[in-house]
Design a protein around this ligand. Structure first.
Ligand code: ADQ
Length: 469
């Protein structure tokens, strides 16, 4: 890594830092959590397409951050419109939520073009450019056209849409052709690589299936599509878990919550995370079980997200209304069955909740991976606690020892929450958690990033003779 880092350029939608009343802080979200440790150690450039220029220009940042100059209407049409109003729901299987508007598609193309131009301008000769996520899918091909000397990687952080769904996107071919400008396209799990292959079949794009992925000939070079499961800063979370002040805060949380069993969910407030469905399942459990009413508390930490998109504003209201209804029905002066924190917590606070929780309830309807599941496991110093995880999250493919649940199965979800909340912990729980801890340790973000970048270099070199012809 050390030798390659200065030549690294990262391109993403959001900036790694945001300005708040308390100063400049780490931005929330999985992508930032994943890349910050890597960029801190490197001295590369981060190009943040939709960034707050103020935060980018701050002198105390540990590396160079560049923003694009975008008119606010273009930014909104690209980010809230084409990205979060169309590509996000499409990729998560919420086709009915999608809105395809021509002016939003135009803005998406324009922003990708602008990002490619800035990357072309800032990348040193022969540099490695790593582009992130569905908001910038056209950048690889646009950048390649401007700078054929660059090595280009792309990582798609959300599920790859099933072909049937993708074909309703009016610019599906452009999206896929844009991605195929990269030398290596990473997806989280083999399931998504298979879905990508189905897309290529559907669009009639020729490809070769290989053991690790797919190879698509693109003129004198090849684009590869492979599974690269992301991880977390394992040691960072583990050391928080060993921190005495964090442990003291966790004990304080447990006692403030009444000393019973604590269930924890941590999500961006997003309809794909299944928050309302989880709260409703917990409400049914409260109806059915006096033990749950007396002994179990659900803590839902839900950072507000994408509130310029109507579906997200509605969701926040539904979450707050559901929590209010549950309190009204089951709460009392000394007992609150659900606690909702609608704000960003710092890593210490979050770690204290991870320690205090007897079980993490991670039940998205669909999720590219889900880093919260990993963070819960990594933070706990001992192999105790339980993880309830949706089988529809990418994380389920890499954490098979979790208690897996179908988030669409109402009764199944309720009884799984009841089980992880109340069943006495046994040796089998500890065996499961020990296995999960070993898996999460192997999936560190450093391994992910360095592995992806090393593979990117390798596949580019493999095809170098073809490029020279
Ligand atoms: P996200 O959809 O943002 O990421 P996730 O992977 O769960 O989802 O990451 C959320 C991150 O935000 C975690 O690091 C968590 O600690 C943090 N977070 C959430 N709520 C918080 C709060 N209230 N306060 C502080 N921090 C909070 C996208 C994809 C995922 C994929 C990641 C990485 O949707 O499927 O796992 O990218 O590829």
């Amino acid at each position: 890594m050390k030798t390659r880092s200065p030549r690294l350029v990262i391109v993403s939608a959001r900036a790694p830092f945001v300005r708040t009343p308390n100063g400049i802080v780490r931005a929330p979200g999985g992508l930032i959590s994943a890349l910050l440790p890597l960029m801190r150690r490197s001295r590369g450039t981060w190009i943040a397409a939709g960034a707050d220029r103020d935060a980018c220009e701050a002198s105390e940042l540990p590396f160079r951050v560049r923003a694009l100059s975008l008119p606010s209407e273009t930014r909104a049409a690209w980010y809230a419109g084409a990205s979060n109003g169309a590509l996000w729901p499409l990729s998560h299987g919420f086709v009915e939520v999608c809105r395809f508007r021509a002016e939003q598609a135009r803005a998406y193309f324009e922003v990708c073009r602008a990002a490619a131009e800035v990357a072309a301008e800032h990348a040193p000769p022969g540099a490695v450019v790593w582009i992130h996520d569905y908001q910038l899918a056209l950048v690889p091909a646009l950048l390649r056209a401007r700078r054929p000397d660059l090595t280009i990687g792309f990582f798609w952080h959300i599920p790859w849409p099933v072909a049937e769904n993708l074909r309703v996107l009016p610019w599906a071919s452009e999206l896929v052709e844009g991605l195929l400008g990269a030398d290596l396209v990473g997806l989280h799990v083999p399931r998504y690589v298979r879905a990508f292959r189905d897309t290529l079949d559907e669009l009639g794009v020729a490809h070769v299936n290989e053991e690790e992925g797919i190879v698509v000939p693109r003129g004198a070079r090849h684009a590869r599509i492979e599974a690269w499961p992301i991880g977390i800063d394992v040691e960072g979370w583990a050391s928080l878990g060993r921190d005495e002040t964090v442990a003291a805060e966790a004990a304080h949380i447990t006692s403030e919550l009444g000393g019973g069993r604590v269930l924890l969910s941590v999500d961006r407030m997003d309809y794909a995370k299944g928050i309302v469905e989880r709260l409703e399942a917990f409400e049914r459990l409260l109806e059915q079980s006096s033990e749950v009413r007396e002994r179990v508390t659900l803590v839902q930490i839900g950072v507000p997200s994408r509130e310029t998109v109507a579906a997200y504003r509605d969701l926040r209201q539904r979450i707050e209304a559901t929590v209010g209804r549950i309190q009204g029905r089951f709460g009392g002066p000394r007992r609150k069955p659900v606690h909702l924190f609608a704000r960003t917590l710092d890593a210490h606070e979050l770690a204290a909740y991870y320690l205090a929780a007897d079980a993490a309830i991670v039940t998205p309807k669909r999720d590219g991976m889900n880093l919260v599941a990993f963070e819960y496991i990594a933070t706990r110093p001992r192999p105790n606690g339980r993880l309830l995880l949706s089988m529809t999250a990418g994380a389920a493919d890499v954490l098979p020892e979790a208690h897996l649940v179908n988030p669409y199965d109402e009764e199944g979800l309720g009884s799984a929450i009841g089980h992880v909340a109340l069943a006495p912990e046994t040796a089998s729980d500890s065996t499961r958690m020990a296995a999960l801890k070993a898996r999460v340790s192997r999936l560190s973000v450093e391994t992910w990033a360095s592995g992806f970048l090393a593979r990117l270099e390798q596949v580019t070199q493999e095809h170098a003779p073809a490029q020279a012809q």
